[in-house]
Design a protein around this ligand. Structure first.
Ligand code: UDX
Length: 470
């Protein structure tokens, strides 16, 4: 996005993501967009994460941190999401207030040349950050890093419950369509709802995770506006159904596609730097890239099915396999497969520079968990997706990938070697999927280019943040 004139009162936005990889990966490119618009940005990490990322600050970008209250060796994994949430609020609040308040009280440039914070953009999963900012007189906007279709589902939880659709009873036919999510009647099946819709609490009430997500989504309605990392061409209908519930809605994505920052600026893991050289040695569209994101953990059985399916499909594959995703015995099995197939056929890394990998000419398809960033990154590069959703919004994202955009396949709820093999083959070989994926990539490129829907929405957002700009 174009640089703005600087002859106007400086504006300082504090950007506060939920402290997990997927959230940082969409909110840092957003911060970059603001920098390009002449805004000063404080990007707020937790202390633990700030120690892990590359802090390439610039004159108008600074990184700050708040404590999350957890010991440094805490795993902070998918099994601990509620614990992270419970700990963060009381631990971070005081430091967060201090970041907002002194600047306000001095009203000067005393804070390292940064003007007072004039606006907060906080992850919608951090309602306390929105409430504290407003209490201190700082306008706060909510940012949701998930798809708009999943947020519409969370917003619809009261009607889904009222209609008896949720919680989905154990043993129910998951192919039955559900009522209660506007615009998706007859299309959305039980299996496509966010995964926590299937869960139950101890007394048969809603899954605690779903309760929290529904509550926080309802809280986002109170924020000055809701920002989405999506674009109208992908999610026009969901955005239109969400808009009446919100004070304002901005769809400004896919943000990964506007980011110029190296992936290391956001990565909490150390990237393997040999992936690109390995891909260079392969023919165009001959490699399957496999990654199940930053949180998924797979069982020994699932690992064996994926591995057999990938080997059976017969293509070279690059697998980003976090060490905490599988146990040591699985890693040994994988090493055996690598040795059997040869190093040019299989490469396994702990963490890949994913955006660079997806952009590489050698990648023919992406076996993904359909996390929203991964989905958008695949879409932006025109790569067909084979989706195996793990949890949360991934169930609905994979439904849209297969049934709305036609850019991938959905192996939801099935993890069998024959299915993995068949879907990987089809994603690699189907001309129709590739043509749809490439057409969608061209569309989202138009959306973020000057005059496109996301670029125009971003301009409107900057106008909201910069009310007195020229
Ligand atoms: C989950 C949700 O599914 C997501 O929609 C939500 O917003 C946050 O929580 P996660 O498992 O982190 O997300 O997946 P995803 O949203 O796809 O984000 C993973 C990010 O890590 C992507 O930006 C991807 O490029 C990056 N990544 C992953 C790497 O850079 N290297 C890897 O090896 C694996």
């Amino acid at each position: 996005m174009a640089d703005r004139p600087t002859d106007m009162a400086p504006v300082h936005v504090l950007v506060f993501p939920w402290p997990l990889q997927g959230h940082i990966n969409s909110m840092l490119p957003f911060a970059e967009g603001l920098l390009g618009a002449g805004v000063h940005v404080t990007f707020l990490h937790t202390e633990h994460n700030l120690r892990r990322v590359d802090r390439a600050a610039s004159p108008r970008l600074r990184f700050a941190s708040v404590p999350d209250g957890l010991p440094d060796d805490h795993p902070r994994s998918v099994a601990h999401l509620s614990e992270i949430g419970r700990s963060l609020r009381p631990s971070a609040s005081a430091a967060y207030r201090a970041l907002l308040a002194p600047a306000l009280s001095t009203g000067s440039n005393a804070d390292g040349g940064f003007p007072p914070v004039s606006c907060v953009v906080a992850d919608g999963l951090l309602p306390f950050a929105i409430d504290i900012a407003e209490e201190l007189g700082v306008p706060a906007l909510a940012f949701r890093t998930e798809s708009a279709c999943s947020i519409l589902a969370y917003l619809s939880v009261p009607s889904l419950v009222g209609l008896g659709e949720v919680p989905v009873p154990a043993g129910a036919d998951l192919d039955e369509p559900v009522r209660g999510v506007p615009g998706m009647e007859g299309f959305l099946r039980r299996r496509d709802l966010p995964s926590s819709c299937r869960g139950h609490g101890e007394a048969g009430e809603l899954d605690p995770m779903l309760q929290v997500l529904a509550k926080y989504t309802a809280h986002s309605c109170k924020a000055r506006a809701l920002i989405f990392n999506t674009t109208a061409s992908l999610e026009r209908s969901a955005l239109a159904h969400i808009a009446p519930h919100m004070r304002d809605v901005f769809a400004i994505g896919p943000l990964n596609a506007i980011s110029a920052a190296p992936a290391s600026a956001t990565s909490l893991w150390r990237e393997d730097d040999g992936c690109t050289a390995w891909l260079d040695g392969h023919a165009d569209r001959s490699v399957v890239y496999v990654s199940l994101g930053s949180l998924a953990i797979i069982s020994r059985e699932q690992f064996a099915e994926f591995l057999s399916g990938l080997v059976g499909a017969g293509y070279a594959f690059l697998w980003a396999l976090r060490p905490d995703m599988v146990g040591a015995s699985q890693s040994a099995a994988l090493q055996e497969a690598v040795d059997a197939a040869g190093k040019s056929k299989v490469r396994v890394v702990d963490w890949a520079p994913q955006r660079d990998v997806l952009r590489h000419r050698a990648v023919g398809c992406f076996l993904t968990h359909a996390g929203w960033n991964s989905t958008l990154e695949g879409i932006a590069e025109g790569v067909p997706l084979a989706c195996w959703p793990f949890f949360a919004d991934q169930q609905i994202n994979s439904r849209f990938t297969a049934a709305v955009w036609g850019t991938g396949l959905d192996m939801k709820d099935v993890c069998e070697r024959a299915v993995v093999e068949r879907m990987v083959r089809e994603a690699m070989e189907s001309g129709e999927l590739r043509r749809s994926a490439q057409a969608l990539a061209r569309q989202v490129t138009r959306d973020i280019a000057e005059g496109g829907s996301s670029a125009s929405e971003f301009e409107r957002l900057v106008g909201w943040i910069f009310p007195n700009r020229l």
